[in-house]
Design a protein around this ligand. Structure first.
Ligand SMILES: [Zn+2]
Length: 142
């Protein structure tokens, strides 16, 4: 995702913000001979670039709207994890909203920020869209 499209996402901050992270490399290489771009055979670090964009477009407004910071303890819940659709939860730091959901192998994370509420749908070989919710962890949930 290039910088311009990130800016347009931020400009529409009153609407729902959607952001997709995928484990698949999206790097492209430019062929000067034909003036076309094509999927690159080597990765130039698109995952980390996307993470930086995600931070700017989603994490910052999410924390700001809730009055939280990177260290705020977040209750992460899903009701349909994996092929057998079990429920599970864990407490994470707000800064871990991506790292907590990554898998080995191919996966796609589709985040959505609506008002103060962040959700994510994860798709992978074993999952048909596991839905995650993020809320403030309260005392007693340990
Ligand atoms: Zn790449």
């Amino acid at each position: 995702m290039d910088y311009e499209s990130v800016e347009s996402i931020v400009a529409e901050a009153s609407d729902a913000i959607e952001f997709e992270m995928t484990s698949e490399c999206s790097c492209e290489s430019w062929d000067e001979g034909t003036d076309t771009s094509s999927p690159s055979s080597e990765c130039f670090g698109c995952w980390d670039d996307d993470k930086d964009n995600f931070r700017f477009a989603v994490v910052n407004p999410w924390l700001e709207r809730n009055g939280w910071d990177d260290d705020t303890l977040i209750y992460l819940y899903s009701g349909n994890l994996g092929w057998n659709r079990v429920s599970g939860w864990t407490n994470i730091r707000a800064s871990e909203v991506i790292d907590a959901l990554t898998l080995r192998g191919d996966f796609t994370l589709r985040y959505k920020l609506e008002g103060k509420d962040l959700t994510c749908v994860r798709s992978s070989h074993d999952e048909l869209g596991a839905m995650f919710t993020f809320s403030l962890a309260t005392e007693g949930e340990n």
